[in-house]
Design a binder for this molecule. Structure first.
Ligand SMILES: NC(=O)c1ccc[n+]([C@@H]2O[C@H](COP(=O)([O-])OP(=O)(O)OC[C@H]3O[C@@H](n4cnc5c(N)ncnc54)[C@H](OP(=O)(O)O)[C@@H]3O)[C@@H](O)[C@H]2O)c1
Length: 286
């Protein structure tokens, strides 16, 4: 039986949807921290188990009868290394055979500006040292995040971001979920790291050009300075610490931390992942 954590989140939902296309609901358990969100899972007869990454007793309980655990990274970036450790330790105690973790594609931990990303590397290290068989999915930045990056007023204002000509091989979250489900069912837990990325790397100039083509409205991209962007965020009421984090995140894009194309997603899907144009068409309903 496979336990999917983060099962009421977006990636977890995509994974379970794709698991259910290929196997019966009796083979799937879902870790949910808020049972009221689990109605759809229950309707699909998925075995929902209530638990929280902070609550080791709940995790011990949830691991009963589980062979593989998909650990979807926690959203509390300050606490998640310990949370992931809790999941790992409960899995070991329960005799789970394989742990699968959703990390991030970043080229070099030594030069990453957004220090909160280091938690992914730390979790990867701990998983590798845990003695459990593992798979790691290093997921590229979701293409689904582009509407948030460019903002609701994009057609009026164009794109203003401090990401220079940094490139990202964006991929759709739904396709990453599909690839992870395929792997959970069809591949061995062979202590391997997959990089889930699109087939091509794109700059924000490419995003602007594609939005212009799809919408018929001129969408220019203007690279901005990091300091000016940070000041603008603060002027809009974003707390200084959060503004610094956002800028760190964007600086990593500018520095090419995410600019690494892999064929892993294509191989696990059995087709080319969605291009930027196909993805933006769906995401912006164009
Ligand atoms: N590749 C990328 O571009 C990218 C971008 C953003 C984030 N991420 C990472 O990928 C992960 C999955 O993405 P997503 O889009 O599926 O995020 P999401 O929709 O926010 O889902 C996160 C899931 O984790 C669960 N969770 C968080 N803290 C938990 C805890 N303490 N105990 C138990 N469950 C907990 C949440 O539970 P609830 O449903 O109860 O909230 C939710 O189901 C994120 O957590 C983040 O670390 C990746």
């Amino acid at each position: 039986m496979i336990l999917v954590t983060g099962a009421t989140g977006q990636l977890g939902t995509a994974v379970i949807k794709n698991l259910l296309k290929q196997t019966s609901a009796e083979q799937i358990a879902a870790l949910v921290r808020d049972e009221s969100k689990a109605l759809a899972l229950k309707e699909q007869r998925v075995d929902t188990r209530v638990g929280n990454y902070d609550d080791t007793a709940s995790l011990d309980q949830a691991m009963q009868g589980i062979k593989k655990v998909l650990l979807i990274a926690g959203t509390d970036e300050e606490k998640r290394v310990q949370q992931h450790r809790n999941v790992m330790e409960s899995a070991k105690k329960a005799g789970v055979q394989c742990i699968v973790y959703t990390s991030r594609t970043l080229k070099d931990r030594n030069t990453v500006v957004n220090q909160l990303m280091l938690g992914h590397f730390q979790t990867e290290d701990e998983i590798k040292a845990s003695g459990l068989n593992y798979l790691i999915f290093r997921n590229v930045l979701y293409m689904d995040a582009i509407p948030q990056f460019v903002g609701e007023q994009v057609y009026a204002t164009g794109i203003h971001l401090p990401v220079g000509q940094g490139r990202v091989p964006f991929a759709l979250r739904s396709e990453m979920g599909e690839a992870i489900a395929n792997t959970l069912l069809k591949r061995d837990c062979e202590n391997r790291t997959y990089n889930l990325t699109g087939s091509e790397s794109y700059s924000f100039d490419d995003i602007a050009t594609t939005l212009t083509k799809l919408s018929g409205k001129e969408v220019p991209y203007t690279p901005t300075a990091q300091t000016a962007f940070e000041a603008q965020l603060q002027a809009r009421g974003v707390p200084a610490v959060a503004a610094r984090r956002v800028v760190g995140f964007l600086t990593d894009i500018k520095n090419g931390q995410e600019d690494e194309v892999s064929t892993d997603l294509e191989q696990l899907l059995g087709r080319k992942p969605a291009s930027l144009e196909a993805g933006l068409k769906a995401l912006f309903k164009l």
